[in-house]
Design a protein around this ligand. Sequence first.
Ligand code: TYM
Length: 331
Amino acid sequence: MNKKVMLTGVRPSGNLTLGNYLGAIKNFVDKQEDYISYIFIADLHAITSPKKPQALQEAIYNCVAMYLACGVDPTKTMVFKQSDVLEHGTLGFIMTFQTKMGELSRMTQFKYKSMQQTKEGVNTGLFVYPTLMVADILLYNTSIVPVGKDQQQHVELTRDLAERFNKRYGNTFVMPDVYIAPVGNKILNLQNPLEKMNKSDNSNNKGTIFLMDDIETVKKKIMQAKTDTLSCVHFDEENQPGISNLMSILSKITNESFESIENRYKGKGYGEFKKEVCEVVSTLLTNIQQRFHKFNNKTLLDSILADGAKRAQPTAQETLQRAKLALGLQS
Ligand code: TYM
């Protein structure tokens, strides 16, 4: 049977978090052998907010080394940088021209990120960010896109635009499906469990676990995580968001069901439960960090990225060609 295509990407904007790993990268790694797999560094997406060039370079290398440390296998998966495959930019431009202002204004991530700024000051990159994502996905005939819950709407937009394009210009793009894992699709900030865990937060990063945090810091963050006064390890996202978040983290790493965790902690306090979460997360991160140091070698990373782009580009080129033919840009 012909393998289907799986693709995902991460913005290299700062250090990757436990949310990135559990919400997207782990799901990708677990399935990478079952698909024709692509994972890329969304470096063009990263420039929607200005950065020092050196810092962006470091973040890109950091991100590739982290993919490898998390288990992405470049012999099974094409690992590349978005900006190395020029077709992303061209198809992104084409798809922007197929999109209505209303469709982009409805994107919750745009609404959230542009909230603090005046309308005139909002970067147009932030506005058209999703249409580049549409191109990223469509270029490779992708069937499945593993992402966290926050990116679901962007994949749905991809489906809408692909469908409209196919209807208007003839069958050109494969319809992708989003894959949102049932557990861990939205890891929350440990200090404010009403917000998503982000690469930066308002609590001096006490609410965010970075994959490269030192282990003692990780333990402190987990032991100080906000919970509630109910004193019952129970999965209830509405009334016990902090405890439910820690249960999601534990369950996603160990595969233990919520019910089984609840049974083990009947009548026991939060302290003991948090200690187990510390142990499990520490073991995971120690492992990832050891592997990170092994892979953090620019010569190695450059060769993996060059090879990934070389293998990815022909499919991107074919799809762009198809789109140009369909539009009448080429005969
Ligand atoms: P980014 O870099 O914000 O996040 C990378 C992936 O991590 C997931 N994620 C989370 N999952 C669970 N809990 C969290 N707290 C959490 N934080 C982040 C995100 O959902 C995402 O899957 N636009 C994308 C990158 C991108 C992309 C694409 C992804 C560009 N083109 C095409 C898939 C397909 C982004 O900014 O993700």
